[in-house]
Design a binder for this molecule. Structure first.
Ligand code: SF4
Length: 325
C-alpha cells in the first residue's frame, strides 16, 4: 500500500516519524514533489481565496499525489501539545480537501492532545488499524517512529535545516559542517512551512548563507529554552507554533552573537500578524536589526533579494559600529 504525504505544513516537523510509522506497518510512504510554480498554481486554483499561502500550497501538494498513492495522509490536527492549539486552518484542511475530485481516500484521523498528550495514541491506533489488526505491531511502529523523530530533532538542534537532517537520516550525506564562509549570524523566525520550503520562501535560507550569514531558526533551540523564553510574555500564546516563534525570537534577540532577525510571515495569517508585532517591538527595544518579509503568491524574487542585501548591509554596518538604529 502506498501512502501519500503532502510536502507541506507539518511535514517539516513530523515527516521522519510518519515515514517510519507507515514503513513499519508495511506501507510505502510517498511524498509529493518539491514545491514548484505548477504545484502552487494548482493550489491557487482549487483553494478558497481566504486561506493563507501555505494552505493554498498544501492543496497543490495533495493534488500532486493523486493517481500515485492508495491513501493520502492528512490528519485533522487540532493540538499537538497539552493546553495549546494549532491554527484552526489545520483543523479544517481535510474538509476543504475532501471536496476536490479524483483523490484517493484520506487518512484524516484527529490529533488532539489539548487535554492530555497521551490522546495522541488514539490517533496512532486509528491510523495503524488501516494496515493491521495487531495492536502490538501498531505499538512497535509507533515506538520506532518516535525514536526516528527524536533522531531528527537532535540533528536539527545541531544546526541542520530539515532537508539536511533528512539527508543525514537517509544516509545521503554525512553530518558535516556546511561549506559556507559566514561572517555573521542571523535568526530567521517563521512558521516551518514558510521558511523551509525553498519555493515559497524564495530560497531564503540558502540565499542568506550564500551572502555570508549563518542562519539560526527555532528548530535549533531545545524545547525547554523555547518555552522558558516564550513564558516571559505576560499572557501565554495558545498557538504551539506562535509560542515557538516568540521563544526563539526572544532567545536570539538576547544572544550577543546574533546580529539580526528576519521574521517571515504569510499574507492573510492572523497569528503571524500578532507574533510579528511582538517580535518587532522586542527587536526595537534591544536595538537589533529586524526585517519583516511577508510572503504571498505575488511576492517577487528580485524584491526579496534586494531587501535581504540591504538588511545584511545594515547588519554589517551596525556590527562594525557605523550606524545606530
Ligand atoms: S498559522 Fe498562519 S500561515 Fe499557518 S496555517 Fe494558520 S493562517 Fe496559515
Amino acid at each position: 500500500m502506498r501512502v501519500g504525504i503532502p510536502r507541506a505544513l507539518l511535514y517539516y516537523y513530523y515527516y521522519p516519524m510518519w515515514k517510519v510509522f507507515f514503513e513499519e506497518l508495511g506501507a510505502e510512504a510517498v511524498i509529493s514533489s518539491q514545491s514548484t510554480k505548477g504545484i502552487l498554481a494548482q493550489g491557487l486554483k482549487h483553494a478558497v481565496d481566504e486561506v493563507c499561502l501555505p494552505v493554498k500550497l498544501s492543496f497543490g501538494h495533495v493534488l500532486d499525489l493523486a493517481g500515485k498513492v492508495d491513501y493520502i495522509f492528512l490528519p485533522r490536527i487540532v493540538s499537538v501539545e497539552h493546553r495549546k492549539y494549532i491554527c484552526p486552518k489545520f483543523l479544517g484542511l481535510p474538509d476543504m480537501i475532501r471536496r476536490l475530485e479524483g483523490l484517493p481516500p484520506l487518512l484524516d484521523v484527529e490529533v488532539d492532545m489539548y487535554r492530555k498528550n497521551w490522546d495522541l495514541y488514539q490517533a496512532i491506533k486509528e491510523t495503524g488499524s488501516f494496515f493491521t489488526n495487531s495492536r502490538l505491531k501498531i505499538w512497535m511502529a509507533y515506538h520506532r517512529s518516535v525514536q526516528a523523530l527524536h533522531r531528527y530533532c537532535r540533528l536539527l538542534q545541531l544546526g541542520l535545516m530539515p532537508a539536511e537532517a533528512l539527508a543525514v537520516l537517509e544516509n545521503k550525506v554525512k553530518n558535516e559542517p556546511l561549506p559556507y564562509p559566514a561572517d555573521l549570524n542571523v535568526a530567521v523566525i517563521g512558521h516551518p512551512y514558510n521558511i523551509y520550503d525553498p519555493y515559497i520562501s524564495m530560497d531564503l535560507i540558502r540565499r542568506l548563507r550564500a551572502m555570508g550569514a549563518n542562519v539560526f531558526t527555532a528548530e535549533h533551540i531545545p524545547e525547554k529554552i523555547l518555552k522558558s523564553n516564550a513564558s516571559r510574555l505576560p499572557k501565554k500564546l495558545f498557538w504551539t507554533l506562535g509560542q515557538r516563534m516568540i521563544g526563539a525570537a526572544f532567545h536570539y534577540l538576547e544572544r550577543p552573537d546574533v546580529s539580526g532577525v528576519v521574521h517571515v510571515a504569510a499574507f492573510a495569517c492572523g497569528p503571524d500578524s500578532m507574533t510579528g508585532e511582538l517580535i518587532e517591538r522586542h527587536a526595537r527595544a534591544r536595538r537589533v536589526p529586524y526585517l519583516n518579509l511577508t510572503l504571498d503568491e505575488h511576492t517577487g524574487e528580485a524584491g526579496v533579494v534586494t531587501r535581504l542585501e540591504a538588511f545584511l548591509d545594515m547588519v554589517r554596518w551596525k556590527k562594525a559600529g557605523a550606524v545606530g538604529i
